[in-house]
Design a protein around this ligand. Structure first.
Ligand SMILES: Nc1nc2c(ncn2[C@@H]2O[C@H](COP(=O)(O)OP(=O)(O)OP(=O)(O)O)[C@@H](O)[C@H]2O)c(=O)[nH]1
Ligand SMILES: [K+]
Ligand SMILES: [Mg+2]
Length: 368
């Protein structure tokens, strides 16, 4: 029996099994097996070369990568063509785009790589269409923009999420707060900080044994939240990717104002119409926010700052991080910095290495 058939069999058994106290442990084991098989499905077959699990061959460039993921004909290529200089083929029929098309979004001195991808359909995770390649490419991104057709049923979003989940992508979530450390000997040590709600020692023990992890240490820190699925994610950590997702509803030119208003208020959601050129700037601004990066412009004394080139640092970075972006040894000769912008109490503010900068700050670094 092939891996796909085994997966189908387990999914079938899970559907048949009623959920109750008595079947809880059995279902937990099935979930564990399913996670293992799904990971196996993504491993290239021996001798297959660049196999099933690999994405398209596009090298990363710029400060971050955003992947456009969605069903066919939702407008992914239209969006890429709007926000970058790259033209990706647009047409009314499904599967117009057949490979990954990279473009560069220039955003106030930052360069963000946008990957336009082929449309995916239900069953993508199990290899339908180019689904697996698309999802593998999405897995390499810093942000997934899930492009949705506002005129289509609400289920499309959940269907796509299920496909991404199946290959180990976790959207807008943090890794579970569970510590797991394999050991050479000593058996299993399972500890909880408080009385758990959705997870117990027997469940963890059964799953670990099924994974042949007989010697290890477990500490569940987040009892109120942690579920069996979370625990399996921790065991499978090497195959899990926690990625931000922005839901982008396109074609709002075809829906009612009421529905538009409802969509626009959902979490992590933006709405647009590529056709009418509505909301595109919003989409780009929101995407930038979700990336949690900041643009810092440097200014030499007596010279206007250059806003077409930014130093890119993570959210909550300090002047020290900015120095490190300029040069590895700059902070050794650092005397003070002058800052203009949102992080400055007055402009310019004279600050030290520990000062936390803000997006679009302008900074002059004065050395000894
Ligand atoms: N009404 C309307 N149509 C749009 C909008 N944006 C794109 N379209 C149309 O939707 C169709 C599909 O657009 P594409 O950009 O090719 O969609 P895609 O998601 O890249 O499609 P695949 O590559 O096949 O997966 C085209 O006919 C576009 O003209 C929009 O905002 N409103
Ligand atoms: K299309
Ligand atoms: Mg396309």
């Amino acid at each position: 029996m092939g891996v796909s058939e085994k997966i189908k069999e387990i999914e079938e058994e899970m559907r048949r099994t009623q959920k109750n106290k008595a079947t809880e442990y059995h279902l937990g084991l099935l979930k564990g097996k399913l996670a293992r098989l799904r990971a196996q499905l993504l491993e290239p077959a021996p001798g297959a070369g660049a196999g099933a699990g690999t994405g398209f061959d596009v090298s990363k460039s710029g400060d971050a990568r955003i992947a456009l993921v969605g069903f066919p004909s939702v407008g992914k290529s239209t969006l890429l063509s709007k926000i970058t200089k790259t033209k990706s083929e647009v047409a009314a029929y499904s599967f117009t785009t057949l490979t990954a098309i990279p473009g560069v979004l220039e955003y106030g001195g930052a360069e963000i790589q946008i990957l336009d991808l082929p449309g995916i359909i239900e069953g993508a995770a199990e290899g339908k269409g180019r689904g697996r390649q698309v999802i593998s490419a999405a897995k390499t991104s810093d942000l997934i923009m899930m492009v949705l057709d506002a005129t289509k049923k609400a289920e499309q979003r959940a269907l796509l999420e299920t496909e991404l989940e199946a290959v180990g992508i976790r959207l807008n979530r943090n890794p579970p707060n569970i510590y797991l450390k394999p050991k050479k000997a000593g058996g299993m040590k399972i500890n909880f900080m408080n009385t758990p709600k959705n997870l117990d020692e027997r469940m963890i023990y059964n799953i670990l044994r099924d994974y042949k992890m007989l010697n290890c240490e477990v500490l569940v820190r987040d009892e109120n939240e942690a579920t069996v699925d979370d625990f399996i994610d921790v065991i499978m950590a090497a195959h899990r990717k926690y990625i931000k997702c922005l839901y982008v509803y396109n074609k709002i030119d075809c829906i009612s104002m009421e529905f538009l208003d409802q969509l626009a208020h959902e979490d992590h959601t933006v709405v647009m119409s590529c056709e009418l050129d509505l909301g595109i700037n919003d989409v780009v601004d929101r995407a930038w926010k979700e990336l949690n990066l900041m643009r810092i412009y440097t200014k030499r004394k007596g010279v206007e700052p250059n806003f077409s080139e930014a130093l890119i640092v993570r959210q909550d970075s300090t002047v020290e991080d900015v120095c490190d972006q300029v040069h590895r040894t700059l902070k050794e000769s650092f005397k003070y910095a002058l800052v203009w912008g949102a992080s400055a109490r007055h402009v310019p503010q004279r600050v030290g290495l520990g000062h936390v900068v803000a997006d679009e700050d302008v900074i002059t670094i004065v050395t000894k």
